[in-house]
Design a protein. Structure first.
Length: 202
């Protein structure tokens, strides 16, 4: 019985996901410049010809992964700028980070991939202006959320921008530690990750 259009689409999406996961793993472990297309195909368990049917070049694949990360950041910016309560927004965000870091490597890989994109992508052709712009908007949206929480008496006093820098530096550092320590990595609890927001005893 011939496959339906929906079945072909499912197969195509499954193959793309395998390629993306393999590429992200290799880009993080070896760097963009040291990863070749054959490496990605071998890790994904597919032929190089099939890989080229989905991606015409390694650059296009890298950029699609960066675009995926940027889309997630834009979604979070919109959420932070909504009418959601500051405490609820940040605690939900931290719980999402915690769960993602505990259940797999994709989130950590995406963070490291974004760091690589800032460092010229290891040779990839990346829209650095867009990466910088979206990152800056995320930092500002988070700072405004913290400031709003301070005004409501929910968060401790302090420079919101310094607190944001501490927060995101911690998250990116944890992503790197997860890749380095592998099975020995222990993710800090959500309460620890949000402790910078609250006064002692709260």
């Amino acid at each position: 019985m011939p496959r339906t259009k929906e079945q072909y689409e499912q197969m195509r999406n499954a193959t793309k996901e395998k390629i993306q996961e393999a590429a992200m793993q290799l880009f993080v472990q070896k760097g963009f410049g040291s990863t070749n297309v054959q490496d990605i195909a071998d890790t994904a368990g597919i032929s190089i010809g099939l890989l080229y049917r989905h991606y015409k070049s390694k650059d296009k694949l890298f950029n699609e992964l960066v675009d995926f990360a940027l889309a997630g950041m834009r979604h979070k910016i919109e959420y932070f700028q909504s009418d959601v309560a500051p405490q609820q927004a940040l605690e939900q965000f931290v719980h999402e980070i915690y769960n993602d870091m505990m259940t797999g490597e994709q989130f950590a890989n995406l963070l490291i991939l974004m760091q690589q994109s800032f460092l010229a992508g290891g040779g990839a052709t990346v829209n650095h202006d867009e990466v910088s712009r979206v990152s800056d908007h995320l930092f500002r949206a988070t700072a405004m959320l913290i400031k709003k929480g301070q005004e409501l008496g929910k968060f401790r006093s302090g420079d919101p921008h310094e607190m944001v820098l501490l927060f995101y530096s911690s998250i990116h550092g944890l992503a790197a530690m997860k890749m380095m320590l592998k099975n020995n990595f222990m993710m800090p609890s959500p309460a620890t990750l949000t402790s910078f927001l609250y006064k002692e005893g709260e």
